[in-house]
Design a protein around this ligand. Structure first.
Ligand code: CA
Length: 597
């Protein structure tokens, strides 16, 4: 990985990963080092501690000595039940300068190898980086399915899985090069953030395209590109006014992870031995005062899937490893946010440590968690500042609003009633008192785990537009799933391979091209233009991006709300009736503040 850093007043090109590899070749070959993680670190971090995992045959029997380096101290060496691992605890004091540490490995008094470890300078302003918020609009895409910019990486020998566009669950060849080539499109649509599903290596025999069974915490999957390609993509996105959210998974790994061949310690993975135990997916066992401990344990410690071993974040070395890994990617790739997968499945105390460590390092950063529950109280429990009876506060600033998302279909299609249709939406929004900060929810109509909203709404363009107006204006941070803007369809019940279909134009020879508009139907082009206008307008609206929300009881198939900030007010009317309606404005005096239409 190549980084450009300002170092000692001049720009120098630092071959960070190269340093480690050179170190292995020149000094550590006799050690047989297989992994050094993280591969480098930085001076000037708020947290001055650094834990380095060294994986080499028999390394646990060796002693380690740090050659004198100003400001840096080897505070300790931790050994586990596996003699192939050492965990080095370093203290990087304020006097530490960028450079290379040299760690000597000794058997008794005899040096048997050494390792050079790079310490880099942070990029200027890194700690003050801004995360995403309600002024942003997020584009969710699946890298394997968005655009294939480099056909030469479609198949990488040794990683497993097949690449075949005709098979919905196989890899299709999309990559970072394709994403980078189409940043113009993403930015022109009005998106200011992009959330790609996980890009880290998935050395899995099947379904590796989705990326959630990661097998190397420090390596971009070569079928997407290199670590450097990722860094370049994020930098280019930033030039386009688009920040990047990394999809982080701390709950589980893939069975193809190298740890599964040589577990760093006992208790690293839950149920590492014995019969397969799957999570019961009962999220409420975490906050339920009556929940049986067995059920809670099963939820937290069962595997998410046969291909996804469950990590034990209570192991202090693993907890530290995961925390550092998140910080490493923020710093190395210059991220604007994190989307955290399967949030509540991880150990609750660990999640507190993780969010606090990340936000301590980056106080203006943002993290959104996936808590796939359809009731506001179940989601609200996890938000930073929640006043829970058990005193728990995860420290997570933002959550996805599955309560609204999962109700959108009935809200927009079922006959109106007290708690039906728009009444259902009114009830959900009125539950915002449960959230510590409802304006920090991420609002969406569908995502990569849902049947496509256009199909769920009966392929009715007006209903889709109503859904997207709600997403863009109701409150919080809007997120749109790639393809929604060109009316992509799917089976109306969840079918992963098909709802995650290829974006037209992303592959050479595609009949239609959504990036240029060629081959799209008039309805598709119309929808694309409509969403572009909505999101570009949204950027200019203080009321929608920063304002308060005032909503009125639905009546006669209409739902009316106002967003207001200073003198800027936006009135939104959702009309569910098949025909035009005449609104009696006298009902909305508070929202209108004397204005007339
Ligand atoms: Ca490719």
């Amino acid at each position: 990985m190549v980084f450009v850093y300002s170092w000692g007043g001049t720009l120098r090109r630092v071959l960070a990963l190269g340093f480690v590899l050179l170190g292995l070749a020149a000094q550590a070959a006799t050690l047989g080092v297989q992994h050094v993680e993280p591969p480098h670190w930085w001076v000037g971090m708020v947290d001055t501690r650094l834990q380095i995992m060294v994986h080499a045959p028999g390394v646990g029997a060796l002693d380690v000595r740090l050659q004198p380096y100003a400001g840096v101290r080897l505070a300790g060496v931790q050994r586990t039940r596996n003699a192939n691992f050492l965990f080095l605890d370093l203290e990087l004091g304020p006097a530490a300068q960028p450079g290379q540490l040299r760690l000597d490995f000794l058997r008794g008094a005899q040096a048997v190898g050494s390792l050079d470890y790079p310490l880099l300078l942070r990029r200027a302003g890194s700690a003050q980086r801004r995360g995403f918020d309600a002024s942003d609009a997020v584009y969710l895409l699946m890298p394997d399915r968005f655009a294939n910019g480099d056909a030469s990486n479609d198949v990488v020998p040794g990683l497993g899985d097949v690449t075949d566009r005709a098979i919905p669950g196989a890899r299709h060849g999309g990559d970072l090069a394709g994403m980078r080539q189409h940043l113009d499109y993403i930015a022109s649509m009005g998106f200011t953030m992009v959330w790609p599903t996980p890009l880290l290596e998935n050395r899995q025999p099947r379904h590796s395209y989705h990326g959630y069974a990661l097998t190397d915490f420090y390596r971009i999957d070569p079928r997407f590109g290199s670590n450097q390609d990722y860094v370049d993509f994020v930098a280019d996105a930033r030039q386009h006014g688009v920040g990047v959210l990394q999809d982080v998974v701390v709950n589980h790994i893939g069975t193809g992870h190298w740890w599964m061949q040589d577990l760093p310690d006992d208790g690293w993975i839950h149920h590492a031995q014995g019969p397969y135990v799957e999570t019961n997916n009962r999220h409420t066992t975490v906050m339920d005062p009556h929940a049986a401990p067995e059920d809670r344990e099963r939820f937290l410690q069962g595997w998410f899937d046969t291909s996804m071993p469950d990590l034990n974040q209570r192991h202090p070395l693993l907890a530290r490893y995961l925390i550092q890994n998140s910080i490493w990617w923020i710093e190395a790739a210059d991220l604007s946010g994190i989307r955290e997968d399967t949030f509540s499945y991880a150990d609750p105390q660990f999640l507190q440590q993780w969010t606090r460590a990340v936000l301590r390092e980056y106080p203006h950063f943002n993290i959104v968690g996936e808590e796939m529950q359809d009731k506001p109280h179940q989601i609200a429990y996890w938000q930073k500042g929640a006043r829970n009876r058990d005193g728990y506060d995860s420290g997570l600033p933002s959550l996805m609003d599955f309560a609204v998302a999962d109700a959108l279909a009935p809200i927009l299609t079922e006959p109106e009633g007290w708690d039906k249709g728009l009444g259902r939406l009114y009830d959900i929004v009125s539950s915002d008192y449960l959230y510590a900060d409802p304006m920090h929810l991420m609002l969406f109509a569908d995502n990569h785990d849902r049947a496509r909203i256009f199909s769920v709404l009966g392929e009715d363009v007006q209903r889709l537009q109503s859904a997207l107006i709600l997403v863009a204006t109701l409150r919080g941070i809007p997120q749109v799933f790639y393809g929604t803007e060109i009316l992509q369809t799917s089976p109306s019940v969840r079918d992963d391979g098909r709802l995650r279909a290829d974006f037209p134009g992303g592959w050479a020879g595609d009949r239609a091209n959504a990036f240029t508009g060629s081959g799209l139907s008039a309805a598709q082009r119309g929808m694309q233009d409509w969403l572009r206008h909505l999101l570009q307008w949204r950027k200019t609206s203080a009321a929608v991006t920063r304002g308060t929300l005032l909503h009125y009881v639905p009546q006669d198939g209409t739902y009316v709300y106002f967003r207001s900030h200073a003198n800027d007010t936006v009135m939104v009317v959702i009309n569910k009736r098949d025909q035009a309606s005449t609104l009696d404005l006298s009902r909305f005096q508070t929202g209108l503040q004397g204005r007339t239409l």
